[in-house]
Each structure stands twice: as C-alpha cells, then as structure tokens.
Design a protein around this ligand. Structure first.
Ligand SMILES: Nc1ncnc2c1ncn2[C@@H]1O[C@H](COP(=O)(O)OP(=O)(O)O)[C@@H](O)[C@H]1O
Ligand SMILES: [Mg+2]
Length: 261
C-alpha cells in the first residue's frame, strides 16, 4: 500500500483535533503502522504533545518555501514508529510568504512528494490549525482524506456544514480525490441527554461516515499533553486511551473495506 495522507481538520478550535491527531498517531504506531505526524498549527500543541521541544527553524516552513528538503525536518519521538515534523510560532508568519508563491495552494503537497515517493510511512497525519487560512487550505490540497473531529455539543452540525462545503470547493478546485475518512465524536459525555442527542442527530445525518467509537470526556486525556506523552503512554488503561485504541482499530478496519464518502 502507498502512503496515505490524512488531515485532521475542523475550522473550530477546541474540538479535539490535536488530541485526536496525537492519540490516533500513537495508537496506529502501536499497531505497527509507520506514522509521520506533521504539526501545522503555529501553537505547536501536537509537537509538545509528543514530547518534542519547540525549536526555532525546525518547522515545515522552510520546506514549504522550497528551501529545505522536508526529509531533513523529520524527528523521531519517544513512541516507536511515530515520527514528527514539529511546528513553532514561525509557521504563523509563513502564510504571507507562501501567498506570494506560484501555486501557493500546493506548497505542502509539493514539499511532501519526496516522502510520499519513498513510501516509508503508512500514514501521514496533519494536525491542522483552527482557522481557514493558506496553511489549512494547503493541508486539504495535500490530503487524500480528512478526519473531522467534532465535539458532541449544541450546534455541532452547523459547524460541520462549513467544513463540508469547503471540502466540496477543494474537490472542484484541484483535489478531486479528497475523501472524508470519517467523523470522530470527541469529548462525549453520554450521561447527558444533550451529548446523546447530538450523537444521534449526527449519526442520522451522516450514517456510516461517523466512527462508531465515541471518545469520552476524560481528565487523563487533558492531562497527557503537559507530560509530553500520548495517552497510551501516559495512562494506557484509562478510558480515553482505550477509546483511541478502539478508534485506531476501527480506522484500520475501514482501510480494508469500502472507501469512505
Ligand atoms: N476527550 C477529551 N476529554 C477531556 N479533555 C479533552 C478531550 N479531548 C480534548 N480535550 C482537551 O480539550 C482542549 C482542546 O482539545 P484540542 O485537542 O487541543 O482541540 P483542538 O486541537 O481542536 O483545538 C485541550 O485542553 C484538550 O486537552
Ligand atoms: Mg489543536
């Protein structure tokens, strides 16, 4: 199989993108997949989440501008088979620089080509920034598919329609093969009626695109980043860890069956 490139994206902040990117990457690595996580958010939460210190000039910025080979930016992490291209604050400024380039929506895709050609990774996962800027659009142009983390809360569906129409636009404008890999419901507190109603509503609306695995709200998941450890290392038998392991299993099972929407 060739390297599959997946964007974890939702234009809303605080919905569990980074938590899902870090946790799912680590769980896939645990299941013997070679994973490259690319932190595209200037806030660099995925970088610190896997225990890598921010370092000036270490982000993908230089590769986006065509000034560095992206392969020189890859760092191993404490988790076996999980590698990272970190982020740091300079990524915030890169939008302006990229905007001046020809083909400015394809910078990330072009930069990643040497890695994809090498076929060394099973999956490349992007942790996307929460705003619809040039970096975010580059992620959608470079991706084969998108996983949408979504918080089980009031008006969740409205936010979803924004990202869905964006996907349609990107399909029309230059990445026709972009698929929805799946929607993950995060921070579910199923003891509340509201969360259950949202889950039901989203399931009715989107059916099989929603992962069956629901990610519960868990204090351990919110603590893990400050220890620089993915949840499966920080609290392997917690309910958050078990949920993400289950998600990884479901994700891999889907790879073998029918393609997603
Ligand atoms: N399932 C969960 N249970 C409890 N806290 C969570 C959970 N998922 C995420 N969080 C916390 O919620 C906040 C936002 O999550 P994060 O993954 O950073 O979202 P995003 O990347 O979409 O902004 C973080 O403080 C994170 O630790
Ligand atoms: Mg984030």
């Amino acid at each position: 199989m060739s390297t599959k490139v997946i964007a974890l994206a939702n234009q809303k902040g605080g919905v569990g993108k980074t938590t899902t990117a870090v946790s799912l990457s680590a769980c896939l690595a645990k299941r013997k997949q070679n994973v490259l996580l690319i932190d595209l958010d200037p806030q660099a939460n995925a970088t610190s989440g896997v225990g890598i210190d921010k370092e000036e000039g270490a982000s993908i910025y230089s590769a986006l501008l065509g000034e560095a080979d992206v392969r020189t930016l890859i760092k191993p992490t404490e988790t076996k088979r999980l590698h990272l291209i970190p982020s740091e604050l300079d990524l915030a400024g890169c939008e302006v620089a990229i905007a001046r380039m020809d083909n400015y929506l394809h910078c990330l895709k072009n930069a990643l080509q040497p890695i994809v050609d090498q076929n060394e990774y099973d999956y490349i996962l992007f942790d996307c920034p929460p705003s619809i800027g040039i970096l975010f659009m580059n992620a959608l142009y470079a991706a084969d598919s998108i996983i949408i983390p979504m918080q089980a809360e009031y008006l969740a569906l409205e936010g979803l329609s924004v990202i869905l129409s964006l996907i349609d636009q990107v399909r029309d404008a230059g990445n026709p093969k972009l698929r929805i890999e799946g929607i993950v419901m995060t921070m579910c507190d199923l003891r509340t009626n509201l969360a259950q109603q949202v889950v039901d509503e989203v399931q009715n609306h989107f059916g099989d695109v929603i992962y069956e695995t629901l990610i519960p709200r868990s204090v351990r998941l919110s603590e893990a980043p400050s220890y620089g450890q993915p949840i499966i290392q920080y609290a392997p038998i917690s309910k958050g860890s078990m949920a993400y392991m289950k998600l990884a299993k479901e994700f891999l099972k889907r790879q073998q069956s029918a393609p997603s929407a």
